[in-house]
Write a protein that binds this ligand. Structure first.
Ligand code: C5P
Length: 224
């Protein structure tokens, strides 16, 4: 059986990681959450008070960052490790979400992350989600999915997720953060979020999680 590369790009919180993880498990592929890498870098910058407006500071900081995905059979997904520490939970915090898009727009940061992402795909048999995976990281991927969902639906879903961890969070904060990230991600100079010409759109506004998975799996079987 031929092993392919599947890319899933799209707006913040439209369910990319859910589909990517399910597809990878169904096909026996590796799942890589590229956003987790930018979140882990952001965590490092914040913790170490890195002044990311200075190229030199960014370069030096990146030299001290080691990122690794390690599979956790309990969560059935690979979890993000920053310098050997499992940061999968802390990187989901709104404090990280508020800065990540600014940091992900930095050229050196993208080069650092993209090189590692491309290496992970060398053997193919991978599902990776993000913003520039079908356009920049794997332009030759056999299947490219571009996910979208109505704004209100995305805000509500992300709010529910964050509220479980922190009941002080407001719908307004979540809405503002999604809008800000989508704005920065799609307007930045380097690798802005956009649909690859040959990507298939998957709008899940009206779909149940099961229906969405079945559609994606059908696309995968057609591409393999
Ligand atoms: O996917 P997630 O929402 O966790 O990504 C967090 C942020 O990381 C995005 O808002 C975006 O700024 C950045 N990102 C990126 N390129 C990717 C994946 C994520 O710039 N391939």
């Amino acid at each position: 059986n031929k092993k392919i590369i599947i890319t899933i790009d799209g707006w913040s919180s439209c369910g990319k990681s859910t589909v990517a993880k399910e597809l990878a498990n169904a096909l026996g592929y590796v799942y890589v959450d590229s956003g987790a890498m930018y979140r882990a870098i952001t965590l490092y910058f914040l913790r170490n008070h890195i002044d990311w407006t200075h190229k030199k500071a960014v370069k030096e900081a990146l030299e001290n960052i080691s990122l690794e995905f390690i599979y956790n059979p309990q969560s059935e997904k690979s979890e993000m490790y920053l310098n050997s520490e499992n940061v999968e939970y802390v990187i989901r915090d709104l404090v990280i979400a508020e800065k990540v898009s600014e940091i992900a727009a930095i050229k050196e940061v993208r080069e650092f992350a993209v090189a590692q992402q491309q290496k992970m795909g060398e053997k193919r048999g991978i599902v990776m989600d993000g913003r520039d995976i079908g356009t920049i990281v794997f332009p030759d991927a056999e299947l490219k999915i571009f996910m979208t969902a109505d704004n209100a639906v995305r805000v509500e879903r992300r709010f529910q997720e964050l509220y479980e961890k922190n009941p002080n969070i407001t719908l307004e904060e979540v809405k503002n953060n999604l809008e800000l990230r989508d704005y920065i991600d799609s307007n930045r100079e380097i690798s802005p979020l956009r649909k690859a010409d040959n990507a298939i759109i998957l709008d899940n506004t009206q779909l149940t999680p099961k229906e969405q998975f079945q559609k994606a799996l059908k696309m995968a079987h057609e591409a393999i």
